[in-house]
Write a protein that binds this ligand. Structure first.
Ligand code: FPP
Ligand code: MG
Length: 296
């Protein structure tokens, strides 16, 4: 089934009828295809499920092309990013082609599905803007951070699971909640791995988020429990290159206050709530377990 999605993705890009776009797209690494996998798992019998999977994967690819320009990222999924090899203009325009093509195909779906996916991309874009703005200061507001995560990462996944449930005639609200919580848990595990992972598995130095200005959940939780002087030290370290001593201090404070365990427990609780609403669905249980248990 996932092969059908891959074939459809290639077909949609071909239908743009611009060989340069096809060539550049063919060099991108497809990633885990989590969004398409979820749609297929929820609506395996629906004939249009693979097309919906292909559409959302194109939107996701477009968002990553733009995100790499915004973040000035040199690597994506272990290979040089399009902005690194072809320049930012090409990366932006390739992204534009992919998401416009995706939206054009989306018009053939039930209006509830088309609206849900389209509105999720509005939220995705707002989330990305918030993420960039929030990296300018040391944000200590937990709910603001979680709302940004919801917008930037969870909203498209939520639209996928909601839409797939409509295709399959299943409970769309339960599946939307599953998708939202899975998306949030995915991003929180990402935040954790940025701190606990080593350079070899991450493909970037550890604590990279904080160096980039991103005050992720573990840092917000750490800030809350530190004494006044320690709070100032943490703020001083924000958004700058960190030497080994400073990295060691941050990690030792996280150990002392069991911060990683706390963030992990939060992600776990989100998964448990998601499992609670979808009931006995073994495929969806397995997908959420791979998200929470992944190590890179
Ligand atoms: C990755 O974040 C970025 C996203 C999940 C969303 C990006 C969204 C946009 C650029 C909005 C525009 C949307 C379209 C469809 C063109 P990250 O930088 O935290 O993660 P990373 O480590 O994977 O780069
Ligand atoms: Mg990025």
């Amino acid at each position: 089934m996932l092969e059908t999605v891959e074939t459809l993705i290639a077909k949609l890009v071909d239908k743009v009828e611009y060989p340069r776009a096809t060539e550049l797209f063919s060099k991108l690494s497809g990633g885990k295809r989590l969004r398409a996998r979820l749609i297929l798992a929820i609506a395996p019998e629906a004939s249009t499920a693979p097309l919906l999977g292909a559409i959302v994967e194109l939107i996701h690819s477009a968002s990553l092309l733009h995100d790499d320009v915004i973040d000035e990222a040199q690597l994506r999924r272990g290979v040089p990013s399009v902005n690194a090899t072809e320049g930012s203009k090409t990366a932006i325009m390739l992204g534009d082609i992919l998401y416009s093509k995706a939206f054009s195909e989306l018009t053939s779906f039930d209006p509830r599905i088309a609206r849900s996916v389209a509105e999720s991309v509005v939220r995705l874009s707002v989330g990305e803007m918030m993420d960039v703005a929030m990296a300018e200061t040391f944000n200590t507001d937990r709910s603001l951070y979680l709302n940004m995560l919801y917008l930037k990462t969870a909203t498209l996944i939520e639209a996928c699971t909601y839409s797939a449930a409509i295709l399959a005639g299943k409970d769309e609200n339960a599946h939307a909640l599953y998708g939202k919580n899975l998306g949030l848990a995915f991003q929180i595990v990402d935040d954790i791995l940025d701190i606990t992972g080593d350079e070899a598995t991450l493909g970037k130095p550890s604590l990279n988020d904080f160096v980039d200005g991103k005050v992720t959940l573990p840092y917000i939780d750490l800030y809350e429990v530190l004494g006044d002087e320690e709070k100032q030290r943490l703020i001083q370290s924000h958004a700058k290159a960190l030497d080994e001593e400073e990295k060691g201090w941050i990690k030792s404070k996280m150990d002392e206050h069991c911060i990683i365990e706390k963030s992990y427990a939060y992600a776990r609780a989100l998964c448990d709530e998601a499992i609670g609403v979808i009931g006995e669905d073994a495929a969806l249980r397995a997908i959420i377990e791979t998200v929470i248990q992944r190590s890179h």
